[in-house]
Design a protein around this ligand. Structure first.
Ligand SMILES: [Zn+2]
Length: 484
């Protein structure tokens, strides 16, 4: 990912309805490029691309909880619901409204080990949507408790350590983790200790076959790993892990997670979330966004390297890797190409003050948008996306977010033993291109070997019904504007 095709940037206008024209992508139509590992589909969607009002209308965009639910269960649900049916049926048991997630399904049916890792709190909406069930994403301590004591994924790594932010796990539950009184081998953030090294060292002791599990509890103030530091150094790339190295990088969580989950001869499902991209976009913080996309890119590369390792049972013939987003955010547009290492001039070097008259980058929102997001797939089963692309959106190659769930289910019946799902929270192609620009040079994207199919994470397009196999009355995941 993040290796973009040559493209024509025809973004004109910003807030003038009717004059906006989005990028027009001209990718080769539906084909697997010879020699290129990533699936690549055409992504024309002119009827959507020109609809600025649709993109930006605040009632339309999904939040991370309902989007995670769609990806994890195949059901669209109300905003804020975590793997729970719309309308919040709830008379005291999960059976009322709790939805079986892809992780739980593959564990039950295939004996897969399961894991989640995130740069934001482990009990936050996106990981929660894969390994917990709740009528509200805001019930962080309930969600954390269910993850630790009920669902018990084999691997959980994320932010939310109470020593830095107390919202995301109860004191009793963190104390139990620290005391070794749970099912987990625990590693937590310690001041002055390299988080990536500590995580790797503890992961190396976890014997999955013996029933051991790994829990890594990191994070800083605000719950998330510290943002990267991205400096305005034209001609030179300067992107470094922010704060200190007490937190792991997302790549560190990938290597640690896969070293544990990869022990399972039956296979595994794992979801990795780069959550800082979304938080940065809410703040219209361009530099932090670049750092988040960079972190995600490094993590994807780490996962690819893990699959590429010789001498184990994990290969591209039995592994499906997906990289996508849950929704977009901020309607950011890089209006002029900036150079390598060069932050846009209307972004203050230390923050976000817009310099009047300089318009290299624009933001039109501090909230989620209904822009299409990219979806990349590599490995066994990647071609299954070809079968669903456009089926809900005739004339396009768009995949609905609920269809991602169905593709993962089908892949697991067709020889895929390892599913690695990356979610760049709040990321769309503009953010990916901005990061590519920051890291390379030239007026166009880098020569690409990357595939992309647009995924509609929104909630107002498509037929009024779940995609195949849903079986529950449809309710779109959008009743109010999203905050997280
Ligand atoms: Zn958000």
């Amino acid at each position: 990912m993040f290796r973009h095709p040559q493209k024509t940037l025809r973004t004109v206008g910003k807030k003038r309805r009717g004059t906006f024209r989005a990028r027009v992508e001209r990718l080769e139509t539906r084909q697997l490029l010879s020699g290129a590992p990533w699936l690549r589909l055409a992504a024309d969607a002119p009827t959507l691309e020109e609809r600025y009002d649709y993109f930006i209308g605040t009632p339309y965009a999904t939040d991370s909880a309902s989007a995670a639910t769609a990806l994890a269960t195949g059901y669209k649900t109300d905003e804020g619901n975590v793997a729970w049916l719309p309308g919040d049926p709830n008379t005291g048991g999960r059976g009322d409204g709790g939805l079986t997630t892809i992780a739980e399904k593959l564990r039950a049916e295939r004996g897969f080990s399961i894991g989640v890792a995130s740069t934001v709190p482990f009990s936050h909406a996106t990981p929660a949507g894969f390994v917990s069930h709740n009528t509200s994403r805001n019930n962080y301590t309930q969600i954390a408790h269910e993850i630790i004591y009920t669902v018990q994924p084999e691997v959980v790594i994320g932010g939310g350590n109470r020593n830095w932010d107390t919202k995301y796990i109860s004191a009793a539950d963190q104390a139990a983790l620290e005391a070794g009184a749970t099912a987990y081998t625990y590693v937590g953030r310690q001041t002055g200790v390299d988080g990536g090294d500590a995580l790797a060292a503890v992961a190396a002791t976890v014997d999955l076959i013996a029933g051991e599990k790994l829990f890594g509890l990191f994070g800083g103030a605000g719950g998330n790993f510290e943002y990267y530091q991205v400096l305005d150094t034209p001609g030179t790339v300067s992107i470094t892990q922010g704060g200190n190295a007490d937190n792991p990088t997302l790549a560190d969580t990938v290597t640690a997670s896969l070293s544990v989950l990869g022990q399972d001869p039956d296979g595994f499902f794992v979801m990795f979330e780069q959550g800082d991209i979304d938080w940065s976009n809410h703040a219209n913080n361009y530099a932090n966004m670049i750092g988040g996309v960079y972190d995600l890119d490094q993590a994807v590369r780490a996962a690819e390297a893990f699959v590429n390792r010789p001498g184990d049972r994990i290969t591209w013939n039995n592994t499906l890797m997906i990289v996508t987003a849950d929704h977009s955010n901020s309607y950011m547009r890089l209006l002029q190409w900036t150079g390598k290492g060069d932050l846009p001039d209307n972004i203050a070097k230390t923050g976000q003050t817009v310099v009047p008259g300089v318009t290299q980058v624009s933001y039109s929102s501090t909230n989620h948008t209904n822009e299409l997001v990219n979806l990349y797939a590599r490995g066994k089963g990647a071609n299954l996306f070809e079968n669903v692309a456009g089926s809900w959106y005739p004339g396009t190659q768009i995949v609905d977010n609920t269809q991602v769930y169905h593709v993962m289910c089908k892949a697991a019946t067709k020889g895929v033993d390892h599913i690695i799902l990356f979610i760049g929270d709040g990321m769309n192609i503009e953010h990916e291109m901005a990061c590519s620009r920051e890291r390379s040079r030239g007026p166009v994207g880098r020569p690409q070997d990357t595939g992309t199919v647009y995924q509609n994470a929104g909630c107002r397009q498509g037929p009024d019904g779940n995609s195949e196999g849903g079986g529950v009355p449809q309710r779109w995941a959008c009743t109010e504007s999203s905050k997280n």
